[in-house]
Design a protein around this ligand. Structure first.
Ligand code: FAD
Length: 521
């Protein structure tokens, strides 16, 4: 309680200071005369305070106002006001999906934050509903979903038709627009590509205040620019997503390794099997990152003690997680198929753990951990996360330099650490997202929670990891990137920087969109 009280005091002192020092580039006076004024919350209010922070709780930036759009026309008007300069100098406009960024990416310091979920609450537009359709000429199903909608709602709506999207994130309380602005990755990515690779068409509000429909064939420049763009080129209002027949159940298998090279070799083998596993991930287990955590309560109490004794023997254990989907038609063959795919895997003898669960529970597996942490007041704490893409050729050095030399030795980490491979062939290079050059690369997630006001210590460790990778020339790329200087952003984009800059001058020359990413400051 004392900690949360202390946190609140610091929070409001900082809010006050920011509000005194910060000089809005659009004034409340001007905003209060706009014809969308009734949907704007101005001054220091619950709305501006709420949107001045995010899941990360590391950054606070107060907007001049918050827009609760009742329809897309409100957003169009706001963008026009900012862009045409008639009422003030251009001001920042940030779409806020579900505010689950960790570094202020959906904030708009001294500008306007658009609370996208407000579209969902107002049924006077089509975006409040999820439509499921059959494309007869091409022979597949798709869903039209609002950019503001949460992945969990997309799942429930499509399951009503016995269908589901194919590419997921581990956690489903994230918006479609927010995930498409990054990539949307999980253990299915090796098979189907990230979520940005599974979009057929989008409606995007451009800086000109126009609603433009784009796809690979129509307005393709905008289409590819927006996917993985960190919100820089337009506001996603609708996305058309590929669907497939949904399985009903899944077999989950976890096996443990003490040897990192055997672990990665087996992961790579599994993702190379044609029509093989439906999901492959992996994680680290150490004293500070135990078998069960908020992301997963997979292991029974007796299995946990078995695993803990393995951890105390080796210091660090690598857990490979694989999943095969099935339904009534394939229930008799799923085990045989699994056995075949797992033949020759080199895990520690006897350390194999299995579970069978409903498809929907598997996809929504993180929710129960979230609710448990929420009930203990441990969800809304600072999250200094670091997500990296590591090329296959660097992953062994990454294990030694980062997992063993920094994380294990320093013993500071508090939270799940993920590591799993994926393949470049499912990512279209025309999209704005940046990934390593190699065909196979690893997704690494250091998902720290700071419960004891120690987030700066954990963030210091993140810096050390990045420096270590740079020094060793490991060519890692940040996912959900965050940099403090333009040079660092240029370095991140590498040969894509030129096109990213061109796209910015084409689609948002006044640099009003998603200023919280701090790319063009
Ligand atoms: P916000 O934080 O609201 O916005 C993110 C960025 O997108 C901002 O720049 C914002 O302006 C922009 N934006 C939002 N909506 C739109 C729109 N409609 N049009 C244009 N731009 C828009 N990511 C993964 O890939 N895989 C995971 O498994 C995964 N797990 C996660 C688990 C947790 C618990 C959390 C907190 C995050 C996780 N993430 C994961 C990261 C997540 O995908 C990103 O942080 C994502 O941006 C969050 O979505 P959001 O709706 O909260 O976006």
């Amino acid at each position: 309680k004392l900690y949360s009280l202390g946190y609140l005091v610091i929070f409001f002192t900082i809010s006050r200071l920011v509000s005194i020092i910060g000089k809005p580039s659009i004034t409340n006076e001007v905003l209060s005369h706009l014809d969308i004024a009734t949907r704007l919350s101005v001054n220091i209010s619950d709305a501006t305070i709420a949107t001045s922070t995010d899941f990360g709780k590391l950054v606070q930036e107060i907007p001049a106002a918050v827009l609760y759009p009742s329809s897309i026309h409100d957003i169009v008007k706001l963008i026009n006001y900012s862009n045409n300069g008639a009422i003030s100098a251009p001001f920042g406009v940030a779409a806020r999906g579900h505010g689950h960024s960790v570094r202020g990416q959906a904030m708009s310091p001294n500008g306007v934050v658009v609370v996208m979920s407000s579209l969902n609450n107002n049924n006077n537009n089509n975006n409040g509903k999820i439509g499921v359709f059959w494309e007869s000429s091409l022979g597949f199903y798709y869903a039209d979903v609002g950019g503001e909608q949460l992945r969990i709602d997309v799942l429930h709506a499509t399951l009503e038709h016995g269908l589901a999207p194919v590419s997921w994130t581990d956690y489903l309380y994230l918006s479609v627009g927010g995930t498409l602005s990054n990539a949307g990755i999980s253990g299915q990515t090796f098979k189907y590509g990230p979520q940005i690779s599974n979009v057929l068409e989008m409606d995007v509000i451009t800086r000109k205040g126009e609603l433009v429909t784009c796809s690979k064939r129509t307005n393709s420049e905008l289409f590819f620019a927006v996917l993985g763009s960190l919100g820089q080129f337009g506001i996603i209002i609708r996305a058309r997503i590929v669907l497939e027949k949904a399985p009903t159940r899944v077999r989950v298998v976890r096996v443990l390794y003490s040897d990192f090279s055997k672990f990665t070799r087996d992961q790579e083998k599994l993702i190379s099997i044609n029509d093989g596993m439906d999901y492959v991930e992996g994680s680290l287990m150490m004293n500070q990152s135990p078998p069960n955590n908020w992301r997963s309560s997979f292991f029974s109490t007796s299995n946990q003690s078995k695993i803990l004794s393995l951890i105390s023997k080796y210091g660090i254990i690598y857990c490979l997680e694989m999943v095969k989907y099935y339904d009534d038609q394939t229930a008799n063959t799923v085990d045989k198929e699994l056995q075949k795919m797992m033949r020759g895997l080199n895990f520690v003898f006897g350390h194999i753990f299995k579970k069978d669960t409903a498809f929907v529970h598997f996809l929504n597996r993180v929710r129960s951990g979230e609710l448990m942490l929420q009930s203990k007041g441990m969800w809304d704490v600072p999250h200094p996360w670091l997500n990296l893409f590591v090329p296959k050729s660097s992953i062994m050095d990454f294990n030694v330099g980062v997992f063993l030399d920094i994380i294990l030795r320093q013993n500071k980490s508090t939270g799940p650490i993920l590591v799993y491979p994926t393949t470049r062939k499912r990512w279209d290079d025309r999209m704005s997202v940046v990934i390593p050059e190699e065909d196979t690369f690893y997704c690494v997630g250091l998902l720290h929670s700071s419960r004891f006001n120690d987030w700066e210590v954990l963030d210091g460790q993140n810096e050390e990891i990045i420096n270590c990778c740079e020094k060793a020339g490991l060519n890692v790329k940040q996912y959900l990137p965050h940099y403090k200087t333009k040079e660092a952003w240029m370095n991140h984009f590498g040969k894509k920087w030129k096109i990213f800059q061109q796209r910015k001058s084409q689609f948002d020359p006044k640099m009003i969109l998603s200023p919280g990413q701090k790319i063009f400051i």
